[in-house]
Design a protein around this ligand. Structure first.
Ligand SMILES: NC(=O)c1ccc[n+]([C@@H]2O[C@H](COP(=O)([O-])OP(=O)(O)OC[C@H]3O[C@@H](n4cnc5c(N)ncnc54)[C@H](OP(=O)(O)O)[C@@H]3O)[C@@H](O)[C@H]2O)c1
Length: 334
C-alpha cells in the first residue's frame, strides 16, 4: 500500500515551484540580454540573480556546470538542461518571445474569451472571465514585452494598470490607442507613475493630444482606410526602443492588428463559461466555405480550467494556409 507522506509532498511542491521560478528567471535574463543589446558568444550560460529590483542576468559557464540554464550554438538558443513539468511548459510557452535579437521586432496579441466567443458582457465587464493561471500568463507577457497596447474602450471601461503585479518582472511602457485623444485624464495609467504611458492618436489630433499629454507622450500616426496605421505605430515604438509589443485587447484592437498583418503570434484563451450577449473577441469578415478559413499552426496549453490556443501567424501566408493534421482524432492534453 502507498503511504501518504505530507512532508514528501510538500518537498516535491517546493521543488516544482523552485523549478518554475528558475525557468522564469531564465526568461527574464534572456529579455534583459536583448534589452541590453549585449553581444554574446556561443557557449553555455547560467542565470545570476541581481540585487533586489534588478532583472537576473546571464553569466558564461561551461557545459559541465550543473546550473547551466541555456546554451547558444550558431546563434540559436536552446534550454541547456532538462527542464521538467511546469518549468518545461513555461519555457516552451514563452520561447518564441525569448532569445530574440536586440533588433528583432515581435508582436503578440492575446484575448481571453468565453466558449461563446465573448470577451466581456455588454456593459464591458470582463473581470474573472479568465482564471488565475491565465491572469499570471498575462502579467508574464507584460514582463516579457517592452510595450503593452490596449484600445480606448478597454482603457475607459477597465481603467487598467497594465503592470506586472502578479509576477517578478518589469512593467512595460503602456500605450493607449485613442485615435481622437479623448480619454479622460483621471484614468489610473495617466497618473499612477507605475510605468510610462504613451497615447497613440490620429495625426490630425496630434495638436490636441500634445496640449493634453505633452509631446513626449504622444505618438501620432496617419489614419489609413479609417484605421490608425498600425505598422507605422509599431515602427515608431521600435524606433523608441520598444521592439517587442503585447496587444492586450480588447477585441476591436486585436482584430485591427490581425487584419493589418502586424501580429507574429495570436493567443486566445478559452474559459469554460457562457456569457451570452456581450463584446465579441475577433470580428472578421466571413468567407464562403470552411475551406477558405485561415488555419494557422497552433499549440495548446492548459491553464487551470482555461485552454490557451497559441497561433503562429508568421508561418501562415494568406487565408487558407496550414493544412489539418493528417489523422483526425481526439487527444488529451492533460
Ligand atoms: N477578455 C479579454 O481578453 C479582454 C482584454 C482587454 C479588454 N477586454 C474587454 O474588452 C472590452 C473592450 O473591447 P472592445 O473590443 O470593445 O474595444 P477596444 O479594442 O478596447 O477599443 C476599441 C477602440 O480603440 C480604438 N482603436 C483601437 N485600434 C484602433 C485602430 N487600429 N484604429 C483606430 N482606432 C483604434 C478605437 O477608439 P475610438 O472608439 O475612440 O475610435 C476603438 O473603438 C472591455 O469591456 C474590456 O473589459 C477584454
Amino acid at each position: 500500500m502507498l503511504e501518504y507522506d505530507p512532508a514528501a509532498f510538500a518537498a516535491r511542491a517546493t521543488d516544482i515551484n523552485a523549478d518554475v521560478d528558475a525557468a522564469w528567471s531564465l526568461a527574464r535574463a534572456l529579455v534583459r540580454l536583448r534589452r541590453d543589446g549585449g553581444a554574446v558568444l556561443d557557449g553555455a550560460y547560467r542565470v545570476v540573480s541581481s540585487p533586489a529590483g534588478d532583472s537576473p542576468r546571464l553569466a558564461e559557464t561551461t557545459l559541465s556546470d550543473p546550473s547551466v540554464a541555456v546554451v547558444r550554438r550558431h546563434g540559436q538558443w536552446s534550454p541547456g538542461r532538462r527542464w521538467h513539468g511546469a518549468a518545461a511548459a513555461l519555457l516552451d510557452l514563452y520561447w518564441p518571445m525569448l532569445a530574440l535579437d536586440a533588433s528583432r521586432r515581435f508582436v503578440i496579441g492575446h484575448l481571453g474569451q468565453s466558449i461563446d466567443g465573448r470577451i466581456a458582457t455588454p456593459s464591458g465587464n470582463s473581470c474573472h472571465l479568465s482564471g488565475d493561471g491565465n491572469l499570471d500568463h498575462l502579467h508574464r507577457l507584460r514582463a516579457l514585452a517592452d510595450a503593452v497596447l490596449v484600445g480606448a474602450a478597454t482603457a475607459r471601461l477597465d481603467d487598467p494598470r497594465l503592470t506586472t503585479r502578479r509576477v517578478p518582472g518589469d512593467s512595460p511602457v503602456r500605450v493607449v490607442i485613442d485615435p481622437s485623444a479623448r480619454l479622460p485624464a483621471e484614468l489610473t495609467l495617466f497618473h499612477d507613475d507605475a510605468a510610462p504611458t504613451l497615447v497613440a492618436c490620429a495625426r490630425e489630433r496630434a495638436g490636441e493630444a500634445t496640449t493634453r499629454w505633452g509631446a513626449s507622450r504622444v505618438v501620432a500616426v496617419d489614419v489609413v482606410d479609417g484605421t490608425l496605421d498600425l505598422a507605422a505605430l509599431l515602427e515608431r515604438l521600435a524606433d523608441a526602443g520598444l521592439p517587442v509589443a503585447f496587444v492586450e485587447g480588447g477585441g476591436i484592437t486585436v482584430t485591427r492588428f490581425l487584419q493589418a498583418r502586424c501580429l507574429d503570434r495570436l493567443q486566445v484563451a478559452v474559459s469554460p463559461v457562457i456569457v451570452g450577449d456581450g463584446r465579441p473577441g475577433l470580428q472578421l469578415p466571413g468567407v464562403a466555405t470552411i475551406g477558405d478559413c485561415a488555419r494557422p499552426p497552433c499549440r495548446v496549453f492548459r491553464m487551470g480550467e482555461d485552454l490557451l490556443w497559441d497561433f503562429d501567424l508568421r508561418c501562415a501566408d494568406g487565408a487558407a494556409t496550414a493544412s489539418r493534421p493528417p489523422v483526425g482524432g481526439v487527444s488529451r492534453i492533460v
